[in-house]
Design a protein around this ligand. Sequence first.
Ligand code: SF4
Length: 230
Amino acid sequence: MSRMNLKRARETFPEIYERIKSQSPEHHFEFNDPFWVLITTIMSHRTKDEVTDRAARNLHTRYGTADRLSEASYEEVLSLISRVGFSKVKAQRVIDAARIIVEDFSGNVPDTIEELTTIPGVGRKTANVVLADAFRKPAIAVDTHVHRISNRIGWSKTKNPEDTEEVLKKIIPEEYWLGFNPMLVEFGKVICRPIGPRCGECRITEFCEYYGKLQKEESSKKKSANKGKK
Ligand code: SF4
């Protein structure tokens, strides 16, 4: 359920989008080939982008194609991606994903959410990243940054990314979907950080429920302190 009034959320979205964009660094895309976008995104969970990108480059340099990765040895893949989080699980996942792409999809990454999510280790977020970043199809990938920031601003009041995606689809005009995740990822790294958001530097404070709440708390603390002095 949307926390912010839907009409207001829709009306204010373009202004908020422009302001967030104006203070978010350009997102770096390591690959645009669907297979390597898929492999990179499978490895990205709980891992810094720089570490994920390096691991994906290692795999790309060593194997190059889905066919070759599907026949790779587990130990060798593990050694190439050892710095990513949960590398032991992900080493098997990327080999399995490559095998499924080769065997079930004739070597071509599918371009529908239904087919993508049949691949083990591929949830809605990964599938939406592939659709948006590789196939340029309108999709909103909700990762931890998008989920957190949407709830702080007040667009959503949700417990999980799937519900956030549903709410955002109602608020955000489709022409904004493609660049939305990469922009919020960067905004979440530099301004609206998971711990210690930099509200003092943020350009959307007047639209943000979290900030409004902080201000109210501050002002009631000041009032209590002043009462104590009298
Ligand atoms: S005001 Fe603070 S909490 Fe709200 S979006 Fe900006 S940084 Fe995040």
